[in-house]
Ligand binder design. Structure first.
Ligand SMILES: [Zn+2]
Ligand SMILES: [Zn+2]
Length: 472
């Protein structure tokens, strides 16, 4: 009996493309008492593998949490595999608004200690004694009540790109950190306020609501099915979205757009942007927000250090990351000093842990899934266009003591007397007139494609800074 994947991700992607079938991205969870999680896991693998269902699923004694991708034509058969279990009878499947056939490329079912790591001793309270579930319309209504406190039970990198207006967004990296912070902050409002909570799909709030009821909160509510289900309902029922921005999701897409508002910035240049990415350096994998321009200039890296590492021979890269634990490739959170525009997740700022992120819309996207409207609030882009320039090559080295940069010419030619621009995320845009240069080791007035050029620069250049000739 086959109980594990036999195809690689690449082979699977190829097969999905060839089949050309529509697939549905969905998620669901259920709290229950599962006696034998290992057997439960194996039974599910056999049933779902036969239906060509893919995804990342966790099972534990306390229940199941699944993010999946199922061929649309198999969805009823898939539902039948769930109905076999009493605790999943009539279960709501959260079907995503946007679909990506490659959202998952393997069927991975893991047995875990818990489906939601919470740091709690479950014996002390009843996790099934949950808060009142609210549908989108009811949720909108309770948000309008001045007696309502709304709390985002997700992590800083999730709430940063999208959240409900006016929500408290704890600056935390894990769910378990939020519980005591919120409990402390709302001590005095256990009876007089509506404690309203939400998360991505509802699984975290369901546990949180039971915890806060146990802590003595009287009026505890949660958004049923989380933001995923809310997005679906506002679309179907034509309701106003009180959620602004993107819903961060845990698959290859890293985000699902709910409204056209952009509420976050590129962590490298500050331009309005809400596209998460992972640092290209395999020894880093930091999750951060990067705009297309920074992605191109930084080759998808989070810092010049990581960029330099990716340019090393593979053996050196492997040597550098030996013994370093960077954890799950999708979820390496945290903060890097080199990300100037990352405002949340900063340990110093976390003194004031339960705060509100801005509800200010920095920009809007013109069409769903389309490119960001470049002019929205950023004048930088227009300024860049005003300077007519042509790319000549890139920086290969900087000699610190001599303050000399080494550049490789990859396009056109460079002449002494040329007005040039050296540009990069750390360097910024530095203009200068080229006075004297060395071409392949000897002084010369002209350099052509393939030449190595060195000249003095009154600032530090970084590896892969771009060298341009200014034309006007
Ligand atoms: Zn940027
Ligand atoms: Zn990095």
């Amino acid at each position: 009996m086959q109980l594990y994947n036999t195809l690689s991700a690449e082979e699977r992607a190829e097969l999905i493309d060839q089949a050309g079938k529509q697939r549905l991205t969905l998620s669901f969870y259920a709290y229950a008492k599962i006696e034998d999680p290992k057997k439960f896991r194996d039974d599910l693998f056999i049933a779902w593998n036969a239906l060509d269902a893919l995804g990342r699923i966790y099972v534990a004694h306390e229940g199941i949490n699944a993010q999946m991708n199922v061929p649309a034509e198999n969805i009823e058969a898939f539902r039948e595999t769930l109905e076999v279990y009493d605790f999943m009878k009539g279960i709501r499947l959260n079907v995503a608004v946007e679909h990506d056939d490659h959202a998952f490329l393997k069927l991975t079912i893991k047995v875990r200690h818990k489906i939601v790591a919470d740091g709690l001793n479950d014996a002390t309270f009843d996790v099934t004694n949950k808060g009142i579930h609210l549908k989108a319309k009811e949720f909108n209504e309770i948000l309008d009540d001045p007696n309502t406190i709304v709390v985002d039970f997700r992590n800083h990198y999730e709430s940063e790109v999208g959240h409900f207006k006016g929500a408290i967004t704890p600056d935390v990296e894990t769910f378990r950190e939020s519980l005591p912070i919120i409990n402390e902050q709302l001590q005095d409002h256990k009876e007089d306020k509506n404690l309203v909570m939400y998360c991505t799909g509802g699984i975290r709030c369901e546990k949180a609501s039971a915890y806060f009821k146990h802590q003595g909160f009287k009026n505890v509510f949660q958004l049923e099915g989380g933001i995923i289900n809310y997005a679906k309902q506002i679309e179907e029922e034509g309701l106003e979205s009180k959620f602004i921005g993107k819903n961060f999701v845990f698959d290859n897409r890293l985000g699902e757009r709910i409204t056209d508002d952009i509420v976050s910035q590129c962590h490298q240049c500050g331009k309005p942007c809400d596209n998460h990415t992972n640092c290209e350096n395999d020894g880093c994998h930091l999750l951060f927000i990067q705009c297309d321009e920074c992605k191109a200039a930084m080759e998808n890296c989070c810092s010049t250090e990581c960029l330099e590492i990716t340019h090393l021979p593979l053996v050196d890269q492997v040597r550098l990351r030996t013994g370093k634990q960077v954890g799950n490739k999708v979820f390496r959170k945290g903060k890097s000093e080199s990300l100037k525009f990352k405002h949340s997740g900063d340990s110093r700022a976390r003194l004031e842990q339960a705060k509100q992120l801005t509800d200010t819309v920095l920009a809007t996207v013109s069409t769903r899934g389309g490119a960001e409207r470049s002019g929205a609030k950023s004048t930088d882009i227009r300024q860049k266009i005003k300077i007519k320039k042509t790319l000549l090559g890139k920086a290969e080295h900087y000699y610190v003591k001599a303050q000399v940069g080494l550049f490789i010419i990859e396009n056109q030619e460079l002449n002494s007397g040329d007005k040039i621009l050296i540009s990069g995320p750390t360097t910024g845009n530095q203009e200068m007139v080229l006075d004297k240069m060395m071409v392949n080791g000897t002084e010369n007035t002209m350099a052509k494609i393939g030449d190595k050029v060195t000249f003095a620069v009154p600032f530090r250049v970084r590896l892969s800074d771009k060298l341009y000739k200014i034309l006007n």
